[in-house]
Design a protein around this ligand. Structure first.
Ligand code: C2E
Ligand code: CA
Ligand code: CA
Length: 731
C-alpha cells in the first residue's frame, strides 16, 4: 500500500519555479536589450558629433592653409604691383631692392625668402631670413617654382601675372608665389625679355602652424610625421599635386566628451529603470504568489470536507484518478472501498444534527486511524466514505482492512452522554493494474455497497458484473413502480383475521398488490423495499390506507389493519396525512390498526414515542408487527403502549421444532397478556397450529388456514355468508 504523494503540490511548485526563472530571464533579456539599444544610440550620436566636429576641423584647417597661401599672394601682389618697384627694380637700384625686398625677409611673418629673377629665371637677387643667399633656386625649390614662373609669365589680359602654390624647399614646406614686377596699375613699359619677377616664399614652420592653430582654434594642429597613421589629416600638395606634408589636429571628440558627461546619468537612469522593473517584477511575483497561494487554499478548501477534515467527493475523485494513473505505471492494483453507514439517518433523526455531526467526526477519526497514511480516505456523501489504496497484495490487504473496519463498527459510539450503535456496509471494487478508471471504479464499488446493504448490511461485498444487471432490473422496476403508483394501478387485497376461539371473521389486513405491466404480479417483498428506499412508500402507504378505509365502510363490523413502513413513520407530517385520510373517508378510527415493525422504535425511541402519541390522538390502534422475527423485546410493548402484538410466522415455524420453541412462544404471549396486550398469530396454516395458538393465549389468528389475501368481493362474500372464512373454503 502506498500513500498518494502530493504530486499536485510538488509539480505546482516546480512549475512555479521554472515560471519565475523564465520570467527573470525574459526580464534580464529585455533590460539588456534596452541597455544595448540606448548605449548604441548614444554611441552613434557621439560618433556623429565627433565626425561632424572632425569635418569642421578639417574645413577650418583647409581654410587656414588656403588663407596662409592667400596671405602670401596678397603680400606678393602688394610688393610686385608697386610703382616704386617698377621704377627701382628695372633701374637696377640694388640698394633699393635689397632694403625693400631682401632685408624684409628677416623676422617677417609675411615672407622669409625673396628672389628677383629675370625673364629667363636667372636670379638677380636672393635673400633668406634677412641675408643674401647664393643657392640656385632649382635646387632650393622643387619643380613647383618653374611651373609657377611659367604661369605668372604667360598669363595676360584680365588675369594678374601672378601665381602661388605650395612647394618643397630645402628649408621645408612653403607657400611660394611668383609675380611680375609692374606698376600698381599693371602697366609696364618693358619688353617681355626685360621683365623681372618677384618670388616670395613663406615657410610653414611649427611656429606658424601654432599661430594658425590659435587663430582658427584648431587644437593640436601639427605636421604628421612620415609613416605616422593619424586618423584625420589635411594634405598640402605642390602645384603638381604631390603631397608635401600632412597636417593633423587633435580631435576634440565632442561626442565622446558629451557621451562621457551623460554616461553616468544614462547608467543611473538605466539602473533606476532596471530597479523599477525589478521591484515591479518582485511585487508582481509576490502578488502572483499570493494569488497562487489563495488559489491553492481555495483549491484545498474546495477539495476538503469541512465537517470531517477529510477529502470531499471532488478531492477524492482527483486523488483517485491520480492513484489509478500512478498504479498503472507501477503495475499495482487499485482497490476502492465504498462505505455507507447503516443506521446513521436514524441517529441523526433521533438525536439531532449536532450528534450526527459528532458521529461523522468520530467515524472519520476512527477510519483515519485504521487506514493511516497508506490510503486515500474521503467523505464522499452524508454518511458515505471512500478509501482508495494501491497494492500488489490485493486480497490480503483489502480483506484485512474491511475486517478491521467492520470490527470498528461493532463497538457502539459514545457521543457525550449518548450511545449510538451504527454499522457500515462496504462495497469493494478493484482496478487491476489501474486498467479501470476512477469513475467506473466508484460506480462499481457503489454497486457492491448497495448489494451489501440489500443482503443484510454490516458486511463487505466485492463487485461482480451480474450486479449491473440486477441494478438495471431494479432501476426498471423502480421506474415502473413510480408510474404504477402515479396511475393508481396498485391494488389492495385483504387477508381475513379471525377470532381464535370461534374462527369468526373479525377483521382484515390490507396488503398492497402490484400487477406490473407486461410482467405480471410482483411480490410485495420486492416492491415494498424499493418503495421504501426511493421514498415512494409515502404515496404508496397513504394510497393503501385510503383504499382500506373506503373499503371497510361496507363491513361495519370488521376491523382493518394497514401496514406502515418506518420510512413513512419518520415523516413528521405523517400523523397529519393519516388524519386527513380518515376525515376524507369518514372512517371510525377505532376500527383501524396501524401495523409497524420494531426497527424504528429501537433506533429512535424518543421520536417514535412522540410520533406514536400523535397517531393515538387520532384514535387508531397501533400493533407491533412481525414480533419474533428480529431481536424483539417485550419491553417495547409496554414502553410504547402498543395495542396489539402480531407474532411473526417464523415463530410459528419454530413450533414444529420442539418444546423449547413452544415454551418461548408461551412465555412471550403470556407476558404480552399480562401487560393486557392482545396477541395475533400470523401465518397460521394448520389446524394444529391454530389449536396450539389458541391455547397459548392468542385471541386472533391470521393465515392461509383462514384465507389468503383476497379481493374485496371475496371478503364481501365471506362477510355476508356468516363470517366463517372456512365456510367458503378459502385455502
Ligand atoms: P406482513 O405485514 O407480515 O404481511 C403478511 C404477509 O404474510 C403477507 O404477505 C401475507 O400474504 C403472508 N401470509 C399471510 N398468511 C400466511 C400464511 O399462512 N402462510 C404464508 N406463507 N404467508 C402468509 P405479502 O402480502 O406478500 O406481504 C409481504 C409483506 O409486504 C408484508 O408483510 C408487509 O410487510 C409488506 N406489505 C404488504 N403490503 C404493504 C403495505 O401496504 N404497506 C406496507 N408498508 N407494507 C406492506
Ligand atoms: Ca402486517
Ligand atoms: Ca406480519
Amino acid at each position: 500500500m502506498r500513500l498518494i504523494p502530493y504530486r499536485f503540490r510538488r509539480s505546482a511548485k516546480l512549475g512555479r519555479r521554472s515560471q519565475v526563472t523564465s520570467m527573470l530571464l525574459a526580464f534580464a533579456v529585455v533590460v539588456t536589450l534596452v541597455t544595448i539599444f540606448i548605449l548604441t544610440a548614444l554611441d552613434r550620436i557621439a560618433d556623429y558629433a565627433n565626425r561632424l566636429d572632425d569635418g569642421r576641423s578639417r574645413e577650418t584647417t583647409l581654410g587656414a592653409i588656403q588663407t596662409f597661401e592667400e596671405q602670401l599672394h596678397a603680400t606678393l601682389n602688394d610688393y610686385a604691383a608697386w610703382d616704386d618697384a617698377a621704377q627701382f627694380v628695372y633701374a637696377d637700384d640694388h640698394e633699393w631692392i635689397a632694403s625693400n625686398y631682401g632685408e624684409m625677409t628677416v623676422n617677417s611673418d609675411l615672407f622669409d625668402v625673396a628672389l628677383i629673377m629675370d625673364a629667363h629665371q636667372n636670379v638677380l637677387m636672393a635673400y633668406q631670413d634677412g641675408h643674401p643667399v647664393s643657392w640656385p633656386p632649382e635646387r632650393y625649390f622643387d619643380t613647383s617654382l618653374p611651373t609657377l614662373f611659367d604661369k605668372a609669365s604667360t598669363t595676360g589680359g584680365q588675369t594678374a601675372p601672378e601665381a602661388t602654390g605650395f612647394a618643397q624647399t630645402e628649408t621645408g614646406v612653403a607657400a611660394v608665389g611668383v609675380a611680375l614686377i609692374r606698376q600698381k596699375s599693371g602697366e609696364l613699359d618693358q619688353p617681355p625679355q626685360g621683365r623681372r619677377y618677384l618670388v616670395f616664399a613663406r615657410h610653414l614652420d611649427r611656429e606658424k602652424i601654432e599661430k594658425l592653430a590659435q587663430t582658427y582654434v584648431i587644437g593640436g594642429l601639427r605636421f604628421v610625421q612620415d609613416g605616422e597613421n593619424s586618423g584625420h589629416t589635411v594634405e598640402i600638395r605642390n602645384v603638381h599635386g604631390k603631397v608635401l606634408t600632412r597636417l593633423s589636429w587633435l580631435s576634440r571628440l565632442p561626442g565622446d566628451l558629451g557621451y562621457a558627461e551623460v554616461r553616468p546619468l544614462v547608467y543611473c537612469a538605466l539602473a533606476m529603470v532596471g530597479l523599477f522593473f525589478l521591484l515591479l517584477f518582485v511585487s508582481g511575483s509576490n502578488t502572483l504568489d499570493r494569488l497562487k497561494a489563495d488559489e491553492a487554499a481555495a483549491r484545498h478548501l474546495a477539495m476538503t470536507d469541512r465537517l470531517s477534515g477529510l477529502l470531499n467527493r471532488t478531492g477524492f475523485f482527483a486523488a483517485l484518478d491520480a492513484l489509478v494513473v500512478e498504479s498503472s505505471h507501477r503495475n499495482e492494483h487499485v482497490a476502492l472501498l465504498y462505505l455507507d453507514l447503516d443506521g446513521f439517518k436514524e441517529v441523526n433523526d433521533a438525536y439531532g444534527h449536532g450528534t450526527g455531526d459528532k458521529l461523522i467526526r468520530g467515524v472519520a477519526a476512527g477510519l483515519k486511524a485504521l487506514v493511516g497514511d497508506r490510503a486515500v480516505l474521503a467523505r464522499v456523501g452524508g454518511d458515505e466514505f471512500a478509501i482508495a489504496l494501491s497494492t500488489t497484495d490485493l486480497a490480503r490487504v483489502v480483506d484485512a482492512l474491511s475486517d478491521h473496519i467492520l470490527g470498528f463498527f461493532d463497538e457502539p459510539f459514545v457521543i457525550g452522554e449518548r450511545v449510538a450503535t451504527i454499522g457500515t456496509s462496504i462495497g469493494v471494487a478493484i482496478s487491476p493494474r489501474g486498467r479501470i478508471a476512477g469513475e467506473e471504479l466508484v460506480r462499481r464499488a457503489d454497486m457492491a455497497m448497495y448489494h451489501a446493504k440489500e443482503t443484510g448490511r454490516g458486511r463487505a461485498e466485492y463487485y461482480r458484473p451480474e450486479m449491473d444487471a440486477q441494478r438495471e432490473e431494479r432501476n426498471m422496476l423502480e421506474i415502473d413502480l413510480r408510474i404504477a403508483i402515479e396511475r393508481r394501478e396498485l391494488t389492495v387485497v385483504y387477508q381475513p383475521v379471525v377470532e381464535a376461539s370461534t374462527w369468526r371473521l373479525v377483521g382484515v389486513e390490507a396488503l398492497a398488490r402490484w400487477n406490473r405491466n407486461g410482467y405480471g404480479p410482483v411480490s410485495p417483498d420486492i416492491f415494498i423495499p424499493i418503495a421504501e428506499s426511493t421514498g415512494l412508500i409515502d404515496q404508496l402507504g397513504l394510497f393503501v390506507l385510503h383504499k382500506a378505509c373506503e373499503t371497510i365502510a361496507m363491513w361495519p363490523e370488521l376491523k382493518v389493519s394497514v401496514n406502515i413502513s418506518p420510512g413513512q413513520f419518520r415523516d413528521p407530517a405523517f400523523a397529519l396525512h393519516v388524519g386527513s385520510v380518515f376525515r376524507k373517508t369518514g372512517t371510525d378510527t377505532s376500527r383501524v390498526t396501524l401495523e409497524m415493525t420494531e426497527g424504528y422504535f429501537i433506533q429512535s425511541p424518543e421520536r417514535a414515542r412522540a410520533a406514536l402519541a400523535k397517531l393515538k390522538q387520532l384514535g387508531v390502534k397501533i400493533a407491533l408487527d412481525d414480533f419474533g422475527s428480529g431481536f424483539s423485546s417485550v419491553g417495547y410493548l409496554r414502553q410504547f403502549g402498543f395495542d396489539r402484538m402480531k407474532i411473526d410466522k417464523s415463530l410459528l415455524d419454530a413450533l414444529s421444532e420442539g418444546t423449547r420453541a413452544i415454551d418461548m412462544l408461551n412465555a412471550t404471549v403470556a407476558l404480552a397478556r399480562s401487560l393486557d396486550i392482545p396477541v395475533t398469530a400470523e401465518g397460521v396454516e394448520t389446524e394444529a397450529q391454530a389449536m396450539q395458538l389458541r391455547l397459548t393465549g392468542c385471541d386472533e389468528l391470521q393465515g392461509y388456514l383462514f384465507g389468503k389475501p383476497m379481493s374485496v368481493e371475496e371478503i364481501d362474500e365471506i362477510y355476508r355468508g356468516g363470517r366463517r372464512p372456512r365456510a367458503v373454503g378459502a385455502a
